[in-house]
Design a binder for this molecule. Sequence first.
Ligand code: NAD
Length: 358
Amino acid sequence: MTKKILILPGDGIGQEVTASAKEVLDFLIAEHNLDFSIEEMDAGGTAYDKFGSPLPEKVLAKAKESDAILFGAVGGPKWDDLDWDNRPEQALLSLRKELELFANLRPAFLFNELAAASPIKNHIIENLDILIVRELTGGIYFGEPRAIVEDENPPYAFNTMVYNENEIKRIAKVAFESAQKRGGKLCSVEKANVLEVSKFWRSIVSDMAKDYPDVELSHQLADNTAMQLVLNPNQYDVIVSSNLFGDILSDIAATLSGSIGMLPSASLNSSSQGMYEPCHGSAPDIAGMDVANPIAMIASLGMALKYSLDQKELSDSIDRAIKEFIAKGYRTKDISTNDEYVKTSEVASILIGILKNG
Ligand code: NAD
């Protein structure tokens, strides 16, 4: 059956990094005669400018029937003053919600050659290799009721943090299974000392541990994890957390590895449909300058091949090619330690050269 891929470049450097990933994808399709169909559509601010919506109906419909969505990034100052429903970020939030992409997998790893680009001392981050599993469609980002109440004195605002048992079990299952395939350690992170939702989360995850005797489970408070990620990140293998805490912790983890331009992510639902995107945003400060690092986007394509497109070997070959790219000394501007660097538009053809020889 033809596998359907939808590319949503979005805004800013999203356009540039998805172009690089598409170059690699086109090469793989031709080289391995893959039965893939590719379609490209607008999302985010770019879609708002053309169609008056950050996620036009036809884009959402196409996304629903795709096996994998390659998503660049959305947002930028041009659209900052739009009302809530029209902001570019709504494209992402709606896709996550509509496709029930509840499991966000964010690997954070360090190529030791790039340790100098990390803000953390080398001996602390050497061999960094952790996976953050973040719940993506529940919790306080989606909880109702929510409001800003302006007509009271004093005015106030509130959100609702809520998880039901099924939501916690399905994300914990993804995390336990990921730990089984990796180093066998899972740390569940919440704030069980102050939040009922977290106490509930902890008791459910604890109960599930007996079904995974090969996984060593620990629990940690989110503020401590934020600190430990900087002090001793190698104590972790897999971290599982809610939408809010996972958001913050995965950005800390991303920073450890030197550049946010290196880190991919996958957001999956229960039928292996997935959205694949770099961890970074649209980087308006460098958009259009041909200096963005497209590796996070290309590695996200690698995750798509593994999780949604049944091409694990090709996924591994992309990971190996990226390793070789770094080992051979190629650097984009964000990870270069001198004035020499390869441009965004040059990265894909270098990787394709490595893949051809690989
Ligand atoms: P950002 O990730 O876009 O940029 C942060 C910093 O990292 C900038 O200095 C940028 O130049 C640099 N950077 C990011 N990606 C890079 C890459 N691939 N190569 C080299 N350098 C890179 O975050 P921000 O500046 O806080 O947000 C900019 C816009 O992006 C905002 O509108 C925000 O809402 C949006 N955003 C979107 C997403 C998304 O689409 N998933 C995620 C985060 C932020």
